[in-house]
Design a protein around this ligand. Sequence first.
Ligand code: NCD
Length: 316
Amino acid sequence: MRFDQRHLLGIEPLRPDEITTLLDLAERYVTLSRARDKHANALAGLTQINMFFENSTRTQSSFELAGKRLGADVMNMSMQASSIKKGETLIDTALTLNAMHPDLLVVRHPHSGAVDLLAQKVNCAVINAGDGRHEHPTQALLDALTIRRAKGRLHRLNIAICGDIAHSRVARSNLLLLHKMENRIRLVGPSTLMPSGIADFGAEVYDNMEKGLKDVDVVMMLRLQKERMDGGFIPSEREYYHRWGLDAEKLAHAKPDAIVMHPGPMNRGVEIDGTIADDINRSVIQEQVEMGVAVRMAAMDLLARNLRARPTELAV
Ligand code: NCD
């Protein structure tokens, strides 16, 4: 089992066996995170800097906790308050931080491609924590781990990704990952929220929830990314909920044991009915958050092994 990446910038460059290696290691960190003593030393002596240029609750706290559980020195840069506000460019900020010798840089940025650019300028390992509408690899990996645990496998499943596909880096990374692992993917949502050229991704496209959810194993809902819209994409939130919001009636078209997912933050009553989100028999939303910490521990552990040029063979 190998993991040959220097950075984690997206799902696109990963091989299926690297995805499996990462998920298998994450399983061990699920066990560690459930224990009373949650400490391991995979990142001992290393410095991790979290740079979030966009708001985040769960992703940032999850990366912070993951680093601390593995013994890294973790620093959170508040980019709202930093020199960026004074006009310093992304590259200048990166070079300044680089001079402090971080080993792991975790970056979220509103512009697609910004994290890749930054990775070319620094000496450490860079993890993309979401760049514009491009990729959010650790979200797709935590979703994959959640699905694998709930369904017992991560291949030959029927998975519906629903809602605002066009603006969603979560949809893009999930589509890439689930496709690599040989699942059947359906994209369900209004045509105004479907990216152009989507057919090239090898997914089936539906503009009707009842048909799109028919017999699926997994229903993945997405947040309406209003901050990335400039008007005219949806008629009204009420109308959107009526046609595209997940309620019991629409969910009844999926398999009886289908799981419901949402990356958060949720707009209850817009893309999902609150009762379904809270239904512990159907919803795995809390488990997604739990898997997030474990997957980020695994990702940083594997990148750190490569940084130290230690052998990446894993005795799982
Ligand atoms: C997602 C994100 O920021 O891309 N949230 C997350 O990381 N949990 C999804 C979203 O904002 O809708």
